[in-house]
Design a protein around this ligand. Structure first.
Ligand code: IPM
Ligand code: MG
Length: 359
């Protein structure tokens, strides 16, 4: 059966990087991948046309798609929008929430060829392979009540950090199952020394543990986890945490790999429908210059093939092609180092495509 894929380029460098990823997707189609690809608007570019970051038409197409490939959203021209609901980021958050994409997988893998590009010493990061499992549709990002209001003559801003047991349990299961398929170590990150919501988080993780006897569960406070990630990152296999801690820790983990331009992600719901996007943002400072790194988006296509389309061989082929291009010494500016050849976004796309075809 033909599956639907929706490509949402978004803002900033989004269109440049999704263009390269779409070429790889087309190459997969040429090899028999049975998908129908459509495009839509999200974020600031949707706001400019429709007055909202997530137009009804886009949401409808997204619901009907088996998988969504998203570039990035946001930019300074929309930061002054006072109504938070109109900000580009709401387009992304609205997609996550409406599609129930609670399970966010963010793999931080340091390609050996890029160990020098990391801001950490190569021996600390060479061979690194961490999977961050971030809860994506709950926590403080979505908790009610929230707002800014006047109390006692001054403005007060507030948000609510809330998780139900069932929300914790379902992300916990994703993480335990992921650990079973990998190194069998799961570190749950919380702030249970201060926040009740994460005391409950820890309790639920403990309750699940006996069902996964082959997985070694540990707990870490988020401040320590941030420190350990830059001190000795190879101690981690799978990490599981809530929405906001996961947002922060995954950016930190990204730098271990050399560049945030290397990190793909998958956001999945219960039925395996997923949204795939690079972990990095829209990088307005380099948008339109043709120098952005398309590899995180290309690797997001690989994750799409693996997690939503059940095409592990094609996924592997893309990942191998990326490895080959790095072996050949090609780098976009963000991952360039001594002795490598700096190429543009499109040249990187050309090279991955050529390697994909040649494999
Ligand atoms: C991410 C991003 C988003 C988030 C923003 C753009 C809303 O930082 O995917 O990590 O905070 O989740
Ligand atoms: Mg983030």
């Amino acid at each position: 059966m033909t599956q639907k894929i929706l490509v949402l380029p978004g803002d900033g460098i989004g269109p440049e990087i999704t263009a390269q990823a779409s070429r790889i997707l087309a190459a997969c189609q040429a090899r028999g991948l049975d998908v129908e690809v459509d495009e839509g608007l999200v974020g600031g570019s949707a706001y400019d046309v429709h007055g909202e970051p997530l137009p009804a038409e886009t949401l409808e197409k997204a619901k009907a798609a088996r998988a969504i490939l998203l570039g990035a959203v946001g930019g300074p021209q929309w930061d002054k929008l006072e109504d938070l609901a109109k900000r580009p980021e709401k387009g992304l958050l609205g997609l996550r929430k409406n599609l129930g994409l609670f399970g966010n997988l963010r793999p931080a893998i340091t390609y050996p060829q890029l160990a020098d590009a990391s801001s950490l010493k190569p021996e600390l990061v060479a061979g690194l392979d961490i999977m961050i499992v971030r809860e994506l549709t709950g926590g403080i990002y979505f908790g009610q009540p929230r707002g800014i209001e006047v109390r006692n003559g001054e403005r007060v801003g507030f948000n609510t950090y809330v998780y139900s047991e069932s929300e914790i349990e379902r992300i916990g299961r994703v993480a335990f199952e992921m650990a079973q398929k990998r190194g069998k170590k799961l570190c749950s990150v919380d702030k249970a020394n201060v926040l009740e919501v994460t005391i409950l988080w820890r309790e639920v993780m403990e309750r699940l543990a006996p069902e996964y006897p082959d997985v070694e569960l540990s707990h870490m406070y988020v401040d320590n986890a941030a420190m350990q990630l830059v001190r000795a990152p190879k101690q981690f296999d799978v990490m599981v945490t809530g929405n906001m801690f996961g947002d922060i820790l995954s950016d930190a983990a990204a730098m271990l790999t050399g560049s945030i331009g290397m990190l793909p992600s998958a956001s999945l719901n219960e039925s395996g429908q997923g949204m795939y996007e690079p972990c990095h943002g829209s990088a307005p400072d380099i948008a339109g210059k043709g120098i952005a790194n398309p590899l995180a988006t290309i690797l997001s296509v690989a994750m799409m093939l693996r997690y939503s389309l059940d095409e592990p061989a094609l996924a592997q082929r893309i990942e191998d092609a990326v490895g080959k291009v790095l072996d050949d010494g090609l780098r976009t500016a963000d991952i360039a180092s001594k002795g490598t050849r700096t190429v543009s976004t499109a040249e990187m796309g050309d090279a991955v495509l050529a390697a994909f075809e040649a494999l």
